[in-house]
Structure formats: structure tokens, C-alpha cells
Design a protein around this ligand. Structure first.
Ligand SMILES: Cc1ncc(C[n+]2csc(CCOP(=O)(O)OP(=O)(O)O)c2C)c(N)n1
Length: 215
């Protein structure tokens, strides 16, 4: 069994400066917050909204086609919004990396069971058409973060993790977290000599957006 903190630490270590990360509420966001002091502007720590990590990561990836987005999701939160897997398969790309922390319970609220016996989350993800690996060692996480998939489907890693105490609460207000990431994502906006603001969206990104309907 893996420790949640080790998995999060390994994901952060493997991220490039152009990558960003979205994390599920509760323990996952708390542990991510503890190790991302130097990269707050590209980390979005959810405060509520169970099941919204995958849609958020997908949205970012569609709006910013040059970025990789890591999505750190709890098993209970994923199960609350299973349809997100299908949407991710339909509209997502290899730049989205979904990591599910499978501890079999709602740990952040006291450890209530989240799954029936015998359920395999990885089978659900695969059934949605998403290439999915299971992590039982930190090396599995390292390889997943560094992988350069040949086809353009989003990738999923189901990390089998133990329960374990989390770091301190996220100290920043949600509005700060949101505006900080929005500013980072918009960084290529440039001010023109006359004072106007020009969106630096490159041609290939505009084309990629137009291509959404046919993927
Ligand atoms: C819609 C909704 N229902 C319930 C809650 C209360 N809640 C907060 S965290 C949490 C548990 C999340 O479980 P999981 O996604 O498995 O992550 P873990 O806590 O195990 O890391 C629950 C039930 C919530 N925030 N939102």
C-alpha cells in the first residue's frame, strides 16, 4: 500500500514548470498544499465540490492546449461524478493525467466506506475507454508522471493508498486560489504599446479549439 503523501510528493516532483494541478477537497488538498508553497499559482485546491476535479482539469486542458494538467481525485469523489470519466474520454487529451487515491473510504469525513466489496475502480476507468494503470509503488507514480503517451487519450492512475493523517488545512481563501490560477493561465496576455490588451492565443491553440467538435 502507498501513502497518500508519498504519491502527492512524487507527482509534484515530476511536474514540469508548465504543468498545473487540481486537487480534491479534504485530505488530498491539504497534503498537496503542504508541498506546493513554491508553486501556488499553478495549484488549484478544491474546498468543496466533490467530483469536480476531473471536469476542472479537463476544462483547463481545453482552454490551454499547451499545458499538462494533473487531477488528484479521491475515490469517493470520483464515484460521486462517474460521468466525468466518459466526458474526459470524449473531450480530453493525453495532457490530462487523472490520479485517483483509492483508499476505499471517505477518509476526510471519518472513514465511512465508499465502495462495495470487490469493486475495482480501475475497471470502471478502463470501461470508460481510459488507459489506466494501478500504482502500488512510488516507482509506478514516477513512471506515470513522466510517461509520454503515444495516443491522445487521457491517462489514469489508480493509486492504492492507506489511510493516514493529513497536513494542516489549506490557508488560502477560495477566491485567492481561483484568481491566482486564472492569472497564471492568462500569463500570455500582453499589453500593447497603445495600452490595449492583446490575447496572445497562438494560432495552433485557436485551431485546436475549433477542432473540439470533431475529435
Ligand atoms: C457533495 C458533497 N457531499 C459530501 C461532502 C462532505 N465530504 C467532504 S470530504 C468527503 C470525503 C471525500 O472522500 P474521498 O473523495 O474518497 O477522499 P478522501 O477523503 O478519502 O481522501 C465528504 C463526504 C461534500 N463536501 N460535498
Amino acid at each position: 500500500m502507498l501513502q497518500r503523501r508519498s504519491v502527492i510528493g512524487e507527482v509534484v516532483r515530476g511536474m514540469k514548470a508548465s504543468d498545473c494541478v487540481v486537487s480534491a477537497l479534504g485530505n488530498i488538498s491539504r497534503d498537496l498544499y503542504a508541498v506546493t508553497a513554491g508553486m501556488r499559482e499553478r495549484a488549484f485546491y478544491c474546498m468543496g465540490s466533490m467530483g469536480s476535479v476531473t471536469p476542472l482539469a479537463l476544462g483547463i486542458s481545453l482552454a490551454r492546449v499547451e499545458r499538462r494538467v494533473f487531477a488528484l481525485e479521491g475515490d469517493g469523489s470520483l464515484l460521486m461524478n462517474l460521468g466525468a470519466l466518459v466526458t474526459l474520454r470524449r473531450y480530453g487529451s493525453r495532457r490530462v493525467r487523472l490520479i485517483v487515491f483509492d483508499n476505499g473510504c471517505y477518509e476526510s469525513t471519518g472513514g465511512q466506506p465508499s465502495q462495495p466489496d470487490g469493486l475495482r475502480l480501475e475497471a470502471l476507468c478502463r470501461a470508460a475507454g481510459l488507459p489506466t494503470r494501478v500504482a502500488t509503488t512510488v516507482g509506478d507514480v514516477t513512471r506515470f508522471v513522466a510517461a509520454q503517451p503515444r495516443d491522445d487519450r487521457p491517462r489514469v492512475l489508480v493509486a492504492k493508498v492507506d489511510r493516514g493523517a493529513a497536513a494542516s488545512r489549506v490557508a488560502d481563501p477560495p477566491a485567492v486560489i481561483a484568481s491566482r490560477l486564472a492569472a497564471w493561465l492568462s500569463a500570455e496576455l500582453t499589453v500593447q504599446p497603445g495600452g490595449g490588451v492583446r490575447s496572445g492565443i497562438p494560432a495552433e491553440r485557436r485551431q485546436a479549439r475549433r477542432g473540439l467538435a470533431v475529435r
